[in-house]
Design a protein around this ligand. Structure first.
Ligand code: F0G
Length: 420
């Protein structure tokens, strides 16, 4: 069997299947596609042994048999992504009365979890012979795509960004990696619409998370976490939600591990949004009602400022399967939690802080029960969002503000300030 025949696209709505080699993102019926691999040759014990033996390999290759068996290992475009830390912060937050772990995906090469998907997406683009790749972005997908396209060689990256709505550090990433970087007077949803139109019309490969090959790469976050936990399943995974690709990937990967017998039970999933952009939360609250697109308002969690999430249907499916819940947090909650987590030495982005703030609310409402083991997925690094952090710390009204002090270069002035 050729490696490619191990995988196909299946429509999540009508079940129609397509060849994995088609440059296709939706079914003819309009439904989202997912990649289904033939995993019948995998046996749990053997696979667990094999991945232990591959500890020195890059994470995507270590788990390739479940992530993307249709890719030849030597055709992979990698920046050594993965193997991110899983911090146990239980002792720092005793009042939560839970076991709290943080999977820090901001410790990837472009400082966000997007690298997990781009290793798959750009390697596949190269495999298909694509010369142009494109995405809309709130700042992290664009950084990652541009880096991997640059690494691939001979591949041009084009990014559409909502002008003025992403951080300076995020903006400079695709520029530095050589991508054509276009700012548009619209929001993410407006950029996403144009990317879909442009990639349908021209020979340009779409690398947003509606590209289901990318989702396959992102499954590695959950799989690697379980591996770090020696396949002992936590009670919860908690994750911030924007376009809803990542929660869909997390669910798909965990589902496959369970189906293969690699894990013996399922965790629950919790997705968290902000009050400024909460379409999935609203749907959950209304009994998983149909998507009502929103015009997303400004939020410090700008990477999840998305009102019309493309992967809505996949996310709802996973939430139902994993007895999942959605939560929503305010600006004050998320900025305070960002500051609190950084106080224990872990630099997180505002979007990751949304998930942490969500944990606290779910603990308070007893949805997460005392003693449960919770893994929060931190999706990007704090260093991508320096100006919002600076604003927080310069404002003495903020609970965890650490105001910088400006003094003349004078010994006694410093001694006075330090009360020495
Ligand atoms: N956290 C960060 C840091 C993100 O950049 C994103 C999405 C998310 C969470 C949400 O993930 O969209 O799969 O639900 N960023 C995309 C981007 C939209 O363009 O960088 P999601």
């Amino acid at each position: 069997m050729s490696p490619q025949s191990q995988s196909k696209f299946i429509c999540i709505e009508c079940g129609e299947s397509y060849s994995i080699t088609e440059r296709r993102y939706r079914c003819d019926c309009g439904g989202l596609l997912e990649v289904i691999h033939d995993l019948s040759s995998i046996t749990a014990d053997k696979w667990r042994r094999q991945v232990n033996e591959k500890q020195d390999e890059v994470a995507f290759l270590r788990y390739l048999g479940i992530l993307m068996p249709s890719l030849e290992p030597d055709s992979i475009i990698t920046l050594d992504e993965g193997d991110t830390p899983l911090y146990n912060v239980t002792e720092e937050f005793p009042s939560m009365r839970i076991e709290l772990l943080m999977k820090h995906e901001g410790m990837n090469p472009t400082l966000s979890f997007k690298d997990r998907g781009m290793v798959a997406g750009v390697s596949w683009a190269k495999h298909l012979g694509c010369e142009y790749v494109m995405c809309a972005s709130t700042g992290d997908t664009s950084a990652s795509m541009a880096a991997y396209a640059a690494r691939a060689g001979g591949m041009a990256g084009i990014v559409l960004l909502p002008k003025g709505k992403i951080s300076q550090e995020q903006l400079v990433q695709p520029i530095s990696y050589g991508a054509v970087t276009i700012g548009l007077e619209t929001d993410f949803d407006g950029c996403m619409k144009l990317v879909q139109e442009l990639t349908a019309k021209h020979a340009i490969y779409l690398l947003n998370s509606m590209n289901s090959v990318r989702i396959e790469g992102q499954k590695a976050i959950g799989i690697e976490t379980l591996h770090q936990l020696n396949w002992e399943v936590p009670d919860w995974f908690v994750i911030p939600v924007g376009n809803a690709g990542n929660i869909s990937a997390l669910g798909k990967g965990l589902r496959e591990l369970k189906e293969l017998g690699i894990i013996n039970r399922l965790p629950r999933l919790a997705g968290v949004q902000t009050v400024s952009a909460s379409p999935l939360y609203e749907s959950f609250r209304d009994g998983f009602a149909e998507l009502v697109p929103q015009v997303a308002e400004a939020t410090e969690a700008s990477a999840i400022r998305i009102g019309n999430p493309v992967s809505f249907k996949k996310a709802i499916r996973e939430l139902k399967y994993f007895e999942g819940v959605m939560e929503v947090v305010t600006e004050q909650e998320l900025t305070d939690w960002k500051a609190r987590i950084e106080r224990i030495g872990i630099a997180i982005c505002p979007n990751s802080a949304v998930a942490v703030a969500g944990v606290k609310k779910l603990v308070d409402s007893e949805v997460i029960a005392e003693g449960e083991k919770v893994v929060v997925v931190l999706t990007a690094h704090g260093s991508k969002f320096s100006s919002s952090a600076m604003e927080y710390h310069e404002n003495a009204d903020n609970r965890y503000a650490n105001q910088p002090v400006y003094l003349p270069p004078d010994l006694s002035a410093i001694e006075k300030e330090l009360k020495l």
